[in-house]
Design a protein around this ligand. Structure first.
Ligand code: 8YV
Length: 315
């Protein structure tokens, strides 16, 4: 039996992380296990660390199945899929990967905004299906620069989106519980109050119980006709039924979505709208950022095992 501590790897990780982790831990690849209960049973007395992903977490039952767990290291900034109270109650530390993915997710928000407004999908298809030669110029699209942008959730990622949007000459407003000092952006207390004042509505709030349904039906119904809707946070933050209804009724101009309820088995109706650009929860998904995220996650795991202070602890 190995003397390396055991690590339950809940969700898929790149090989470079698995190879580095295998030097310090005996890995149990949970997502690959055909018999997950048997893996937990076998690891009961040896697994002391769990790695999760932003969207695939750990609940109290998993923690109880592995009672020697000391740390849950999340490969992502969002820890909404981890039961933090359960971890706290069991003396389990929780870490995440803030900052290293901020700029990447902000880039994705801008890409979705542009792709939705300028109808990247149609332009691409226009060439590929011969429409350009057969019919001439593609239909006109919508401008982004100089438009009014509303950001729901002006945290690290929201601010990075604001920085980019300012360079696009956009007029920026945001919603949040209270105004943030020192920012030249207009504050509204709720997404519903923000919605009528913007042309592009971008959701970048953290997920979790506190923001479940934050972008509610009232907010979606308050959007201007033709508004561009972007979500790079979590599907849970938005009333998805209301969003689908607005798309169905043509009340929204276009949408760019990286996150959904029930990923990856998203509501198939999203696939039916020609004015919706879809991404498979890929905002942090570049080699560079995933390497930075993996390194930070591993450094937290190793710090815990070595008894050193954690780098980015949530609990
Ligand atoms: C995922 C994310 O973690 O950071 C987050 O909260 O949702 C993403 O970066 C990523 O898909 C890896 O699981």
């Amino acid at each position: 039996m190995s003397d390396k501590p055991g690590l339950l790897v809940v969700g898929e990780l790149p090989d470079w992380d698995l190879e580095a982790l295998a030097k310090r831990f005996t890995l149990h690849l949970y997502w690959q296990a055909a018999d997950k209960a048997a893996m937990l049973e076998a690891g009961r007395d040896s697994i002391v660390a769990i790695s999760t992903k932003g969207e695939i977490g750990a609940d109290a039952a998993l923690m109880d199945a592995l009672p020697r767990t000391r740390i849950i290291a999340c490969y992502g900034v969002g820890v909404d899929a981890i039961d933090l109270e359960a971890a706290r109650a069991r003396g389990i530390r929780v870490t995440n990967t803030p900052d290293v993915l901020t700029e990447e997710v902000a880039d994705m928000a801008m890409m979705l905004m542009m792709a939705a407004a300028r109808n990247l999908r149609l332009g691409e298809a226009w060439i590929r299906d011969g429409s350009w030669q057969a019919k001439g110029a593609m239909p006109l699209t919508t401008r982004v620069w100089g438009k009014r942008l509303g950001i729901v959730g002006l945290g690290r990622i929201g601010k990075a989106i604001g920085k980019r949007a300012a360079a696009f000459g956009m007029d920026i407003a945001y919603s949040g519980r209270s105004p943030q000092p020192g920012l030249p952006y207009t504050h509204y207390p709720t997404p519903a109050a923000l919605a009528p004042h913007v042309d592009v509505f971008c959701v970048s709030a953290a997920g979790g119980a506190a923001t479940r349904g934050l972008v509610d039906r009232a907010a979606i119904e308050a959007l201007n006709p033709g508004a561009i809707f972007v979500n790079v946070s979590r599907g849970t933050v938005v009333d998805e039924a209301a969003l689908l209804e607005a798309l169905r009724d043509g009340r929204i101009g276009a949408a760019g979505l990286d996150v959904f309820l029930n990923e990856p088995a998203i509501d198939p109706e999203f696939l039916t709208f020609p004015n919706v650009v879809l991404q498979p929860h890929a905002a942090s998904g570049t080699v560079e950022t995933r390497k930075d995220m993996g390194r930070l996650m591993r450094e937290n795991l190793e710090a815990q095992i070595d008894g050193r202070p954690l780098l980015t602890a949530i609990v």
